[in-house]
Ligand binder design. Structure first.
Ligand code: CO
Length: 444
């Protein structure tokens, strides 16, 4: 019914109504070429679905052999819900850098290939920790704002909860995300989450940092801030005062509930679009300084060695990036025919403008549709229809942000960075679909 309706649509508002009904972006772009692309996308999707092998016609009426869950009372009510036991495989991949010697050093990666939409469930948000998760009593924790200020201030959690709040949906990405695809000479065969899962996105609620800084009164000489966590690693980073006044936030809530311990309970710093470790967890101190402090976390780590022997320091903003999560590494396509290519894209510069898809390793590109909201410093979900003809294919996505930044190739990254450079890898990811339907990580 909807297919014929789509074909006979005459005007834009009718089209928008239909798109809205199908939960796709209702606003058609002004550029006529894009409008055509989107109509084509809708038509291709709907026609492909109509002939999909996944659609099964019922050949008999429903029988009365009900399963036990339909004939006996279900489990009782509980105080905090958990995922179905059949979804036990949807979990973070844990990598301990020093094994059981330091079990809190390393990372737990978001299984991005098993998730949909743009929000990461709290229990699956990636965790990169340098010395474990501290068990902080919120009634004893304080945030101090001090240094080059008129009036040093200490805030308890109780104090902070009385301030007016804002909610923003922001991604957090580790600067070392996707490092394996740069360092490893041959592509490692693993899932999208294992290779690229140091990226997550939440609805954060808290207080704009500018509000607290104005209350303390920053001296004119105060140009930088040293943010320090209360964990045993004393994780600390310097950032410029302009970022603090622009959109930095002290977050106390994540997706509606209090921030999880692994995400900084009872509070963390959020610097939208900037590398993960700067979003200091378990935040206890903001010291206003004239210069950056050059802590261990911004000298020995998180600097970028270049191919010319020099190194870049204070590279804060994350590049524009995208990952196809479906299909992706270690998956197997059961047969040729229709598949939806879907994934996530983001940019440390603000909004994502477009995502392009290639199924032949970058020879030809076509636009994916951004499905759902497109907000600055937030993941977007992209989708594109694909009819797999059963022959080997090379799937790639390439995001372009509102400043015109575009994802580079792996070769371009390798040419500019030292042989052991690994941070800020936002290069185009290739998934190679084999003739047998298996999906492999590949370098092109
Ligand atoms: Co950096």
């Amino acid at each position: 019914m909807k297919i014929t309706k789509l074909r006979t649509l005459k005007n834009q508002s009718q089209t928008e109504n239909l798109l809205e009904e199908l939960s796709l972006p209702s606003k058609l772009p002004e550029n006529p070429k894009r409008e055509l692309d989107r109509r084509k996308f809708m038509q291709t999707s709907l026609l492909a679905l109509a002939s999909s092998p996944a659609m099964v016609m019922a050949d008999e009426s429903i029988k009365n052999d009900f399963p036990a869950w339909s004939t006996t009372p279900g489990k009782g009510l509980n105080e905090y819900g958990q995922p179905s036991k059949f979804e036990a495989a949807t979990k973070r991949g844990v990598a301990k850098a020093y094994g059981d010697l330091a079990p809190g050093t390393g990372s737990a990666r978001t299984p991005i290939e098993k998730l949909e939409g743009i929000i990461t469930p709290n229990g699956l948000h990636f965790d990169r920790s340098h010395n474990g998760t501290p068990d902080i009593d919120p009634t004893k924790h304080q945030l101090s704002i001090h240094g080059l200020v008129d009036k040093p201030l200490n805030f308890s959690v109780e104090n902070l909860l009385r301030y007016p709040m804002i909610s923003r949906t922001y991604f957090v990405e580790c600067a070392g995300n996707s490092a394996a695809n740069i360092i490893a000479p041959q592509p490692i065969q693993a899932t999208a989450g294992t290779l690229h899962g140091l990226i997550s996105c939440s609805d954060w609620t808290g207080i704009p940092l500018s509000v607290l800084l104005r209350e303390a009164g920053v001296n004119p000489a105060g140009k930088w801030i040293l943010a320090e966590g209360a964990d045993a690693a004393g994780m600390s980073r310097s950032f410029p005062i302009e970022k603090a006044m622009d959109n930095a936030m002290i977050a106390l809530y994540q997706n509606g509930e209090k921030i999880r311990p692994e995400q900084g309970y009872p509070m963390r710093l959020l610097l939208p679009g900037w590398e993960g470790n700067m979003n200091v967890k378990w935040l206890r101190s903001l010291k206003i300084t004239a210069e950056p402090t050059h802590t261990k976390d911004e000298t020995s780590k998180y600097t970028d060695p270049l191919s010319n022997g020099k190194a870049r320091q204070f590279t804060f903003e994350l590049g524009v990036k995208s990952i196809i999560t479906k299909p992706s590494g270690l998956m197997k396509l059961p047969s040729k025919g229709f598949y939806e290519i879907s994934g996530i894209a983001w940019s440390g510069a603000g909004k994502v403008a477009r995502i392009e898809i290639s199924t032949n390793g970058g020879k030809d590109w076509f636009d994916a549709v951004i499905d759902g909201p497109n907000q600055a410093f937030c993941l977007v979900r992209f989708r594109a229809p694909w009819n797999w003809n059963g022959e080997p294919a090379f799937l790639q996505s390439r995001a372009i942000d509102e400043r015109g930044n575009i994802q580079p190739t792996r070769a371009a990254y390798k040419a500019n960075n030292a042989v052991d450079g690994r941070y800020h890898n936002n290069t185009i990811v290739t998934w190679a679909v084999q003739a047998d339907g298996s999906v492999q990580n590949a370098y092109l």
